[in-house]
Write a protein that binds this ligand. Structure first.
Ligand code: FES
Ligand code: FES
Length: 151
């Protein structure tokens, strides 16, 4: 079936199966920044924004995004680059598999709550797993990026 949606500002028309998940559709059309981890709604690496809200693309059927706006890290490149600098400074830049999802989550958090406390950051990102960093350096980098170091 043909599904039309807006991807990173461009109208897309994609032929999908009725039971196809958005993660697989995005990767099949070349959007490899969206990662597949658990494929079972548990790790967060497949996060995308659907109408500005973070969703797990491994758990949403592509047919459900018809007529909606989907964004991947490509739509927030400048912000992602700045966050990546903060990750590097804190030694939080390791394999990078989780980075795109974190960047999208931080972007969404900043829109919802421009001045989050350290606890609020932690709570917001609790569904996003990282197997490399142990989270401390990442949290520090995100606090620095959001200007929340002293909260
Ligand atoms: S791949 Fe979607 S939550 Fe893990
Ligand atoms: S840096 Fe490797 S999974 Fe997060």
């Amino acid at each position: 079936m043909l599904v039309k949606f807006n991807l990173n500002g461009l109208e897309k028309e994609v032929n999908v199966k009725a039971n196809e998940y958005l993660l697989d559709t995005l990767r099949s059309i070349g959007v490899k920044s969206v990662k597949k981890g658990c494929n079972a709604s548990s790790c967060g690496v497949c996060t995308v924004l659907l109408d500005d809200k973070p969703v797990l693309s491994c758990s949403i059927l592509t047919v459900r995004v018809a007529g909606h706006k989907v964004e991947t890290v490509e739509s927030i490149q400048e912000e992602a680059a700045k966050l990546s600098e903060c990750f590097s400074k804190e030694g939080a830049d390791q394999c990078g598999y989780c980075n795109a999802a974190f960047a999208l989550m931080v972007h969404a958090l900043r829109k919802e709550n421009p001045n989050p406390s350290a606890e609020e950051i932690k709570e917001y990102l609790k569904g996003n797993l990282c197997r490399c960093t142990g989270y401390q350096s990442q949290q520090k980098a995100i606090r620095a990026y959001l200007g929340g170091e002293e909260k």
